[in-house]
Design a protein around this ligand. Structure first.
Ligand code: FAD
Length: 478
């Protein structure tokens, strides 16, 4: 008899799970994807507005983690892959009334070269000196308690590097409070640099030496391709391609799952309209706070732990202008704003500089970010308020006084999971409880990384586990 796997949520994690399951089971498994919304893709939403391409949610994925790039190739989207601009890569930081370029060669907060940091007008001389002292700070003991991003950066590089670089750039990616953000769960590479080399400056020095040695031996000079990729028609081409390739009848839009229960060795799902669905395995790829009520009756402690993963709201505002209306050289990906500057936006991406074909030749498309931990009220507003606020801030930071040719705003309510101190232990407890329910799996941004490649990996892993369980069940019943 054909087995059924139900996947809850058609974001990138759920779709990647369905695609993997379809490929792995070769028709032996009936797969259903239940999505509450009317479109597949979850937070991935790309829209054409005349000649502009607006991303309401994510605008790119990193290539350092290969799953997104691999998936695009698997889906035949190779020719549509679009690398980020390699010539204009500067990131600016707003500080003391102007935009300062981030010193060249920074790996987020870790400087690769001394001279650009010394020349930078972003940091004060005491701040630069304190960063340089990092070289002499001994590593922490391996069994020391978990540290927040703020504690780690303050200890190694000082308060100024924390305020002006780490908080807007690193905590900004997660829309998080740096004092609560777990370094281990978000940027483990920096912990590894400390453990392996004794510090960040030492690690960067040995990296440079390895690159030089490699170049002298005729090898490539390391990461010299684009760091970010998108698709020519926007990231939604990836989720659309997944949805189209699923077998007819797999994707059920506009339906929601309310509860999951055990019944006669299978799962019984109760839908929003009272309908019942039966499944041999279930992959919950909805946000953790949406998964919690589904499993409340099945496993109350699991539901409680899922609720403990906090989410915050953010918003994006895309604005288009004539190039001539923007006084800045626009020679980079955009700018970030430290919290200490007390402005009401957190960053601005220069979308049409970062990726080509996002706006006509003589126009510019910008994307402003608002909200995040401690500033959610600034994101949870109507479209008109978000646009007004973004325009006021762009006038101050970039000197743009013109009326925008296009303005599109979107509030992402409780969209960003917070990987706070203790996140790894909490996820371990969640997974331990989930493992008590044979055939139940979790996937998505809440657990092992919120970036698109991480979400794809989580979907694929959950699908592989579900396929294995079904295979075992089949062998047992033979
Ligand atoms: C503004 C913004 C910008 C971002 N930028 C980037 C970026 O540039 N690069 C990057 O890598 N990442 C970025 N991210 C993060 C990334 O977009 C997300 O982490 C990822 O898309 C989440 O995918 P997911 O499948 O886990 O969840 P989602 O996309 O949230 O999908 C979950 C789905 O479950 C559905 N659902 C919920 N409850 C139910 C229910 N009861 N029944 C049925 N369906 C249900 C929802 O409707 C939703 O469609 C950004 C996020 C935001 C908010």
């Amino acid at each position: 008899m054909q087995k059924t796997v139900v996947i809850i949520g058609a974001g990138i994690a759920g779709l990647a799970a369905a695609w993997t399951l379809q490929n792995k089971s070769r028709g032996a498994v009936r797969c259903l994807v239940i999505e509450r919304g009317l479109h597949p893709g979850g937070k991935i939403v790309s829209e054409r507005h005349d000649d502009y391409l607006v991303e309401r949610g994510p605008d790119s994925f990193i290539v350092q983690k290969p799953d997104a790039l691999e998936l695009c190739r698997e889906l035949g989207l190779e020719e549509r892959l679009l690398g980020s601009n390699m010539e204009k890569r500067t990131t600016y930081v707003w500080s003391r009334g102007r935009l300062h370029p981030l010193p060249e060669g920074m790996m987020l907060v870790a400087p690769a070269k001394v001279m650009p940091v010394l020349r930078s007008r972003l940091l004060s001389w005491p701040g630069k000196l304190r960063m340089g002292m990092e070289y002499f700070i001994p590593p922490r003991k391996p069994d020391a308690p978990e540290e927040s991003l703020a504690a780690f950066v303050r200890r190694r590089l000082g308060q100024e590097a924390l305020e002006k670089i780490a908080t807007p750039l690193m905590a900004g990616i997660h829309a998080a409070d740096p004092e609560r953000l777990s370094l281990q769960s978000t940027f483990p590479v920096f912990l590894e640099m400390e453990r392996k080399h004794g510090g960040l400056l030492r690690a960067m020095r040995s990296r440079r030496q390895a690159q030089k040695k490699n170049a002298a031996q005729g090898g490539r000079r390391g990461a010299d391709g684009p760091m970010f990729y998108s698709l020519s028609g926007g990231l939604q081409q990836m989720t659309d391609a997944l949805a189209v390739r699923l077998k007819p009848g797999t994707l059920r839009l506009g339906e929601s799952v309310e509860t999951i229960a055990h019944q006669d060795g299978r799962y019984q799902l109760t839908m929003g309209d009272g309908q019942k669905l039966h499944a041999d395995a279930v992959i919950v790829a909805a946000p953790a706070y949406a998964a919690a009520p589904m499993v409340q009756a099945l496993d109350a402690p699991l539901a409680e732990k899922l609720r403990a993963i906090r989410y915050v709201s953010t918003a994006t505002v895309s604005l288009a202008y004539r190039r001539s209306e923007i006084p800045h050289a626009l020679d980079g990906y955009g700018f970030v704003i430290p919290r200490t500057e007390h402005r009401s936006i957190t960053a601005c991406s220069w979308s049409s500089v970062k990726f080509r074909d996002r706006a006509p030749e003589d126009r510019v498309l910008l994307r402003v970010f608002l909200g995040g931990a401690g500033a959610e009220h600034l994101a949870e507003q109507g479209e008109a308020e978000l646009i007004d606020r973004a325009r006021v801030e762009l006038r101050t930071t970039m000197g743009i006084a013109a009326h925008p040719l296009l303005a599109v705003a979107h509030c992402w309510w409780k969209a960003n999971p917070q990987y706070e101190l203790g996140h790894a232990a909490l996820v371990e407890e969640i997974e331990h409880r989930v493992a008590q329910h044979d055939g139940l799996y979790l996937a998505g941004a809440a657990y092992h990384g919120a970036g698109i490649p991480d979400c794809i990996r989580s979907g694929k892993d959950a699908a592989a586990m579900a396929a294995e369980k079904i295979q075992i069940d089949r062998c047992v019943s033979l």
